[in-house]
Design a protein around this ligand. Structure first.
Ligand SMILES: CC(C)(COP(=O)(O)OP(=O)(O)OC[C@H]1O[C@@H](n2cnc3c(N)ncnc32)[C@H](O)[C@@H]1OP(=O)(O)O)[C@@H](O)C(=O)NCCC(=O)NCCS
Length: 410
């Protein structure tokens, strides 16, 4: 039934619009003026903040600056990582929304990674101070215990090899930091599990998938989503509610297809390809979120790199400081909502808070599904919220962007 109904939709779309797919048009999404490349310049400039963080850590490790000064400098650096690209995007008119989104995404990843880098190095210094005082206490007795991260040539449960044994502060090198920046994880470790070799056939399969799915996503957006969105503007203008709902349901189908393909492209093909090239051993990028019977389970399992970062650097520290679980959970969702809004509003140069509210709405939704819907009903609720929630947000932003940028000029 699915194949038949979608084949009909596909044919209807082709008959109505002809072929709209145009890969060359994609270039114009990134570049407005061929002599001005603000997004690329921003991405290159992000290295300045990375090197600043490394320099601060080196000073802290050597003891030439105090913990307090280090923490202030790190906070200033991290704040600039978020503010600087936003200011550039908002002031440089040649930055396109898609180019700006890529630049801001890079800066967001750099922010999360440097935050983790700062925390782990601080924990290492605290451990070093503890070991030192223990050694002083037991002067002349047993040697200091082996450090958690200094295992050499160890094998993990799934056969990965921890080979490059590094202990603090030897990890504070360009090579170590850039390996972490390129690795598909947001949580810093002194010694990442490494796979023994690059599997060429596995890598080739992932690269072919990446190429194929990129084309497919671009094609589906141009052929299917753009005309549906364009046709939705009139019902929105006229406030014709039944037509708005019809448009919304029509958009939900391609939107969901694209989201599922995007999920596979990012979390399976791309992350595994990068991990394979870097021989990065930890391949847990997602778990079985499609079986979620609660909204909580979905958020714990669909984006593991972000979930692990949230747990390790935000949620557990808050609980350790004495916060209640619900407060820590709300704080994590607030942070996540902020980043979602940041990544949408700044590139579109339009502050509407739809993404923020969509993310915050997950808390009452999680409560409602957890309390009233179990088993398959819970699973259906999660899928329906995914299928319907996203096109609502897409239409809201597109409508507002259209009104702001095109309607006045007509
Ligand atoms: C908020 C969030 C972190 C809560 O996660 P959760 O798994 O529901 O939280 P839990 O209370 O079950 O605790 C999870 C883990 O924290 C750890 N933990 C909790 N309290 C702890 C404490 N006092 N000390 C040490 N560890 C602790 C434990 O490892 C626990 O695992 P366990 O359940 O096996 O014991 C999660 O929902 C989340 O990541 N949300 C945001 C996701 C997001 O925005 N993603 C964006 C993707 S685009």
């Amino acid at each position: 039934m699915l194949v038949l109904s979608n084949a009909r939709l596909f044919l209807e779309n082709l008959i109505k619009y002809g072929i709209l797919v145009d890969p060359i048009q994609v270039v114009s999404l990134f570049l407005k003026d061929p002599y001005s490349w603000p997004s690329l310049c921003l991405v290159i400039l992000s290295n300045v903040f990375v090197l600043t963080a490394l320099h601060i850590e080196k000073r802290l490790a050597a003891g030439t600056i105090s913990e307090r000064s280090g923490s202030v400098l790190h906070s200033l650096n991290l704040l600039t990582v978020l503010c600087f690209p936003a200011l550039v995007v908002l002031t440089v008119s040649s930055a396109t929304p898609v180019g700006a989104l890529f630049a801001l995404l890079t800066y967001t990843i750099v922010f999360l990674k440097l935050f983790s880098f700062r925390d782990v190095n601080r924990w290492c210094r605290e451990q070093r101070a503890k070991d030192e005082s223990a050694r002083l206490g037991e002067l002349g007795t047993s040697p200091a215990p082996a450090k958690r991260n200094s295992a050499s040539g160890q094998k993990t449960a799934n056969g990965d090899v921890v080979e490059s044994s590094v202990s603090y502060p030897a990890n504070l090198s360009y090579k170590d930091l850039y390996y972490f920046l390129l690795a598909p994880t947001l949580c810093y470790e002194l010694n990442f599990p490494r796979s023994p070799r690059i599997r060429k056939r596995f890598l080739l399969r992932r690269l072919i998938e990446m190429l194929f799915f990129t084309q497919l996503i671009v094609g589906l957006i141009q052929q299917w989503m753009v005309p549906t969105i364009q046709n939705s503007m009139k019902p929105f203008r006229d406030m014709d509610y039944s037509r708005i709902i019809e448009r919304l349901l029509k958009l939900a189908v391609p939107n969901h297809f694209i989201w599922l393909i995007f999920f596979y492209w990012l979390f399976h093909s791309s992350m595994n390809a990068v991990a394979e090239v870097l021989r990065f051993g930890d391949r847990e990028f997602y778990r079985d979120w499609w079986n979620s019977e609660s909204v909580t389970y979905f958020w714990q399992n669909w984006n593991i790199p972000v979930h692990k970062w949230c747990l390790r650097h935000f949620y557990v520290p808050m609980i350790r400081y004495g916060c209640r679980r619900w407060m820590a959970r709300t704080a994590v969702f607030l942070l996540s909502a902020f980043f979602h809004e940041y990544l949408v509003s700044v590139p579109l140069r339009m502050f509407r808070l739809w993404a923020f509210m969509g993310m915050m709405a997950q808390l009452p939704l999680a409560w409602f599904v957890g309390k009233f819907l179990q088993g398959n009903y819970g699973n259906a609720a999660v899928w329906i919220s995914l299928i319907i929630g996203q096109p609502i947000a897409v239409l809201m932003y597109v409508h507002d962007y259209y009104v702001l940028n095109y309607e006045g000029s007509q």
